[in-house]
Design a protein around this ligand. Structure first.
Ligand code: GAR
Length: 188
């Protein structure tokens, strides 16, 4: 049994999709969800899904308490699903090639600090891109710069808005993220 933990800062639709995907697969266990935002929608989702979820603040993060918690859970992988803080160096070093992020664009384009969620889709639209997509990648000490594991693309038409681009990208995320995680864990 491989154990993973999900880190999320927002609505948590990807977190829910991953939890649901692995629910009936007894080779992978999502042990809990961790969030840095007390009002994050992901907490409500976890309540509905009966998934343990915990909030941590900046102080706990900066003082290595998150790392201690992760070690105590004996987890194999850390999955970022809309988690917006930079992963600290001590965590990156403790989990080499074991932390995975999803980014809602085709990296290296539209990555880096401040490039998250709707900001990404607005920038893609403003630049009249004809395609966008998702990037699943390992996490290193720099935002959105770790080795790329997987990308998927979707076309953008003139009629698309930042909102419809977001919908297309979310659809790709829901389709691919759980399957790529399963493969990485050696069960795909
Ligand atoms: C997702 O689209 C994810 O790719 C993005 O945040 C959204 C979270 O949605 N992540 C980033 O932008 C990271 N830079 P969700 O909370 O509904 O899963």
């Amino acid at each position: 049994m491989k154990k993973l933990v999900i880190l999320a800062s927002g609505s948590g639709s990807n977190a829910e999709n991953i939890i649901t995907y692995f629910k009936d697969r007894d080779v992978v266990q999502v042990t809990c969800v961790l969030t840095n935002k007390a009002s994050a929608g992901v907490l409500k989702r976890c309540q509905r899904l009966a998934m343990p979820a915990f909030y941590f603040n900046r102080h706990a993060y900066d003082n290595g308490q998150l790392l201690k918690f992760l070690a105590s859970q004996e987890i194999d992988f850390i999955i970022l699903a809309g988690f917006l803080w930079k992963i600290s160096e001590d965590i990156v070093n403790a989990y080499p090639n074991k932390i995975v992020n999803i980014h809602p664009a085709l990296l290296p384009k539209y990555g880096g600090k401040g490039m998250y969620g709707s900001h990404v889709h607005e920038a893609v639209k403003a630049n009249n891109e004809t395609e966008t997509g998702i990037t699943i990648h390992f996490v290193n000490e720099n935002y959105d710069e770790g080795n790329i594991i997987f990308q998927a693309r979707t076309k953008i038409s003139m009629e698309d808005t930042a909102e419809t681009i977001a919908e297309k990208v979310h659809a790709l995320e829901y389709e691919h993220y759980p399957k790529i995680i399963e493969k990485l864990l050696g069960n795909g």
